[in-house]
Design a protein. Structure first.
Length: 171
């Protein structure tokens, strides 16, 4: 397998393994995320529930999802989503292939945060005076202390994805 494909597949696998949690942290339904990237909610469900043998994330889907996430971070300044993406993609790793335990621990931490985010959003009492955006914002702020507890503190600045860094490895 060419180095470029192996390299990019690692980032694709990280995104796909954590897609459900990331979606919950962003307070999106599968239908909402699907609409943002031009696919059905069933496609999102298939990607989230993939066993690694079928329904693997392709480069177009990866680029679309990362673009939508980066746009969401930019327009909403969601600190939990920003910290989650930074934790998954921007922390230095010596060798992404040899660090299986770290990857598993990261997946578990992100899954915990995703479940907490979904619970924070769905447990709010629906108030007719409160907009959906207000409910999402309240869920994000409810998670801030938990985010630092689960992911630890980071002082790095979020770096949006780059096509050349994520899909084409440095020579």
């Amino acid at each position: 397998m060419p180095k470029r494909i192996q390299y990019s597949n690692q980032k694709f696998k990280i995104l796909q393994a954590n897609l459900s949690s990331i979606r919950n942290i962003a307070n999106w339904t599968a239908k909402e995320l699907g609409a943002k990237i031009g696919v059905t909610k069933q496609t999102i469900s298939n990607l989230e529930n993939s066993n690694g043998q079928t329904n693997n994330l392709n480069s177009t889907q990866y680029l679309a999802i990362r673009s939508v996430i980066d746009h969401e971070i930019t327009i909403t300044d969601n600190p939990v989503l920003k910290k989650t993406m930074d934790y998954l993609f921007n922390q230095e790793q010596d060798n992404i292939d040899s660090n299986i335990k770290l990857k598993s621990a990261k997946d578990i931490k992100i899954a915990q945060l995703g479940a907490a985010s979904k619970a924070a959003y769905t447990s709010q009492i629906k108030n007719s005076e409160q907009t959906n955006l207000e409910r999402k914002t309240m869920a994000v702020f409810a998670l801030l202390p938990l985010t630092t507890s689960i992911l630890g503190s980071t002082t790095s600045t979020y770096k949006p994805f780059s096509f050349f860094d994520d899909v084409i490895p440095p020579c």
